[in-house]
Design a protein around this ligand. Structure first.
Ligand code: ASP
Length: 329
């Protein structure tokens, strides 16, 4: 039987009703007591790393999870992290960069309803996650509502229903029916994973609104090493408002800019329209193509944790990690 380490970090799955709303109060042992059937699936050890609503999750916590898995890597066949759903897609992306090429499954799961509620998705998700962690499913993924989503491709797309996550621009890795995994895709892995222990958190994200001008970009670029701009459609910036000059000024000073899109599916193609063309040809703004915004944020933090040299940043950005980018020119 496979040995799995269950790592608790909080979230709705571990929440209880308090006078001030749901709060993560249950530990991993208590979670396991709700799924007695686990004894037929795998041997589980449990560890309580954090007890947070994932709204409070920060890059330092991604590094804590990475260290925890690194420390225990040789002793277990797979890992399950229980986590709040709100920022789970960011954590899944971050762990995909911090732990590369793992041959062992690293599964994130959580729930939309607490495990103690009569109607809950917690028990199914937790048991499914432990099943997947016992299978040949290398790398970081999210197991939720019977679906297995690659860690670099997940996004929370529903705030209340059990079908909380979607896979962005990439097929599901597999599905679960009645506790059986049907695996469609197996991610490649290395003999030993590569662990990273550094992130540069000076990365900002700005969502464009019609009529926006450069002030917000100026503010963020002054305080960050990289700015990700979620623009419209396949990508571009308003001709008025001084954006081009703003980016030119800050990029001359060594800041990095990535253009992505607010549209959930099909990604960017910045060179198509006049409003985007010069950003790439003259300014060397990078573009996200089919990467999710969550993955772009985490990837930039990971890259800038290693280098600030523009050419190397570009090389790393466009080099696929855990199938995060496929459509680049
Ligand atoms: N606010 C909760 C969290 O992200 C929501 C959830 O887990 O579903 O921790």
């Amino acid at each position: 039987m496979k040995r799995i380490l269950l790592i608790g970090t909080g979230g709705t799955i571990a929440s209880d009703v308090t006078q001030t709303g749901l709060a993560p109060e249950l530990n991993t042992r208590q979670l396991l007591s709700y799924i007695p059937g686990v004894a037929d699936v795998c041997e589980v050890d449990s560890l309580q790393l954090l007890s947070l609503d994932s709204t409070d999750m920060a890059p330092e916590h991604w590094l804590m999870m990475t260290r925890c898995i690194r420390e225990h890597f040789d002793r277990y066949d797979g890992f399950v992290i229980t986590h709040g759903t709100d920022t789970m897609a960011y954590t899944a992306a971050a762990l995909s960069y911090l732990i590369q090429g793992s041959g062992k499954p690293i599964i994130l799961t959580g729930a939309q309803k607490p495990i103690g509620f009569d109607s809950t998705d917690s028990k199914t998700n937790l048991l499914d996650a432990l099943r997947c962690a016992s299978e040949d499913l290398p790398g970081v993924s999210i197991v939720f509502n019977g679906q297995v989503i690659l860690g670099t491709r997940a996004r929370k797309t529903r705030s209340k229903s059990f079908q909380a996550f979607s896979s962005i621009n990439y097929p599901l890795l597999g599905v679960l029916h009645d506790g059986k995994l049907l695996r469609y895709i197996r991610q490649p892995s290395l003999e030993r994973p590569i662990f990273y222990d550094n992130l540069n958190t000076r990365v900002s994200l700005m969502k464009l609104v019609p009529g926006a001008s450069r002030e917000q970009a100026d503010f963020l670029l002054e305080r960050s090493d990289a700015l990700i701009i979620e623009s419209f459609g396949v990508g571009g910036l308003p001709s008025a408002g001084g954006f081009y000059e703003c980016l030119e000024k800050w990029m001359d000073e060594g800041k990095l800019v990535v253009l992505t899109t607010q549209v959930a599916n099909e990604g960017s193609d910045v060179g198509v329209y006049h409003v985007g063309y010069h950003l790439k040809s003259n300014l060397r703004v990078m573009e996200a193509y089919d990467m999710s915004t969550e993955a772009v944020v985490a990837k930039m933090m990971w890259i800038l944790g290693q280098t600030r040299e523009r050419q190397e940043v570009e090389r790393l950005f466009y080099t696929p990690v855990a199938s995060d980018i496929l459509w680049k020119e």
